[in-house]
Design a protein around this ligand. Structure first.
Ligand code: SF4
Ligand code: SF4
Length: 375
């Protein structure tokens, strides 16, 4: 196992994500505890010392099961991370109640890492609202030794990340982002990493394989990669891309079977950063994948002043791309829910005055209809 330095501690570069644990009869809430125990033991013995769960994973059962699995190991020999579930606004006034339940559910006396979960367009105002007292409460828990390191995960755009950092950045010890070789450009991953780097905040990665999508490439694309590294499969390439980014400390992988765990352990047994040629190959691959599936908006904003409804067209197109490319998912619906109704795709009048000025000749009006229908 390779390790990364974090505040005089050694963290395994691979973290065990407990959001896709093995389940019984396909029921997400019904975790197969025996199989999970086996996987956690194997991970621990192979040197993984970071285990990531959350209030909402597996219908609330991930924290309980992971806590049970880790109970047999000396407490100081592993790190457990969990999160405050601010992705649901109903939870905002309940930080104390939820935090206390999390300690009880996991059977832990303290959490090594604790995150504001999923800071995004929909909840940033609430997260920053002092009336809920979330930040103050978590800082007090840190002082009391119940949280060793405080951080946050973010699915929001750059501006949301910036707002959160402007408010709490000096107290944030790490930030968890959706990063992989597609989102490096697609979701503005690189800019977000640069911003965090400027503030000396280490980066944690979630969705390194974009929900498994990057583990399966077309035959032609896989062949290109195999010519450069015959012994590495597409999943290993995705991890190698992330290992090659010096700002990244932790890469989380949600593993649901022993064979996935074994493959990941093999990949993280050594640091094999991509060289220049290999990096170029993966960047080209990302470009090819995105060009086939996404609308080529360059965010030049020429169209925006021509829209009688004042729609933020490039923003909507970037959400559309995310939604279509991911095949659904929660990011776009969540971001749209933060917009007023007259700024959503369905407010488009189909006047096409935006299309007349778009240098990419994008059929914006059709995109808005399609987006409205999909959502
Ligand atoms: S077609 Fe829709 S998005 Fe384009 S200018 Fe008209 S209202 Fe705005
Ligand atoms: S003019 Fe075209 S490319 Fe430019 S922001 Fe609008 S939709 Fe995107």
């Amino acid at each position: 196992m390779i390790y990364r330095d974090f505040q005089n501690e050694k963290l395994s570069a691979l973290g065990f994500g407990a959001m896709r644990l093995p389940v019984i009869d396909g029921n997400d809430r019904d975790i197969d505890e025996a199989k999970t125990q086996e996987m956690v033991e194997r991970a621990y013995e192979a040197g993984i010392n970071y285990f990531d769960t959350a209030w909402g994973y597996h219908g609330g059962n991930s924290e309980t099961v992971l806590g049970k699995c880790l109970a047999k190991f000396p407490r100081e020999s592993f790190n457990i991370a969990t999160k405050f579930p601010g992705y649901d606004l109903n939870n905002m006034p309940k930080v104390k109640e939820i935090f206390e339940q999390q300690l009880e559910k996991t059977g832990m006396e303290y959490f090594d890492f604790y995150l504001f979960h999923n800071v995004c367009e929909m909840n940033i105002d609430a997260y920053l609202n002092p009336e809920y007292g979330i930040f103050d409460y978590l800082m007090a828990q840190k002082k009391a030794g119940k949280i060793r390191h405080l951080g946050f995960s973010c699915h929001g755009k750059y501006d949301v990340l910036k707002r959160f950092l402007d408010a709490y950045g000096e107290h944030m010890e790490f930030c968890q982002l959706q990063l992989n070789y597609l989102d490096w450009t697609f979701q503005g991953g690189k800019e977000k990493v640069d911003l965090l780097n400027q503030m000396n905040i280490p980066v944690w990665v979630m969705e390194p394989l974009r929900g498994g999508k990057l583990a399966h490439l077309s035959e032609a694309d896989e062949k290109i990669l195999r010519q450069l590294r015959p012994d590495e499969d597409p999943a290993a390439w995705a991890f190698r891309f992330l290992q090659s980014q010096k700002e990244i400390t932790m890469i989380l992988s949600g593993m649901s079977a022993q064979d996935q765990l074994e493959k990941n352990l093999k990949t993280f047994a050594e640091d094999r950063k991509l060289n220049e040629t290999e990096m170029k190959a993966i960047e080209d691959l990302a470009e090819r994948m995105l060009s086939v599936n996404t609308v080529p908006c360059t965010a030049c904003h020429y169209c925006v002043t021509h829209c009688p409804m004042g729609l933020d067209i490039p923003h909507l197109i970037s959400l559309y791309n995310e939604h279509v490319y991911t095949g659904g998912g929660f990011i776009a619906p969540m971001a749209l829910s933060a917009l007023d109704d007259d700024k959503k795709p369905q407010a488009c009048l189909h006047c096409r005055s935006c299309e007349a000025v778009c240098p990419q000749q994008i059929r914006i009006s059709e995109i808005m209809s399609d987006f409205a229908e999909r959502i």
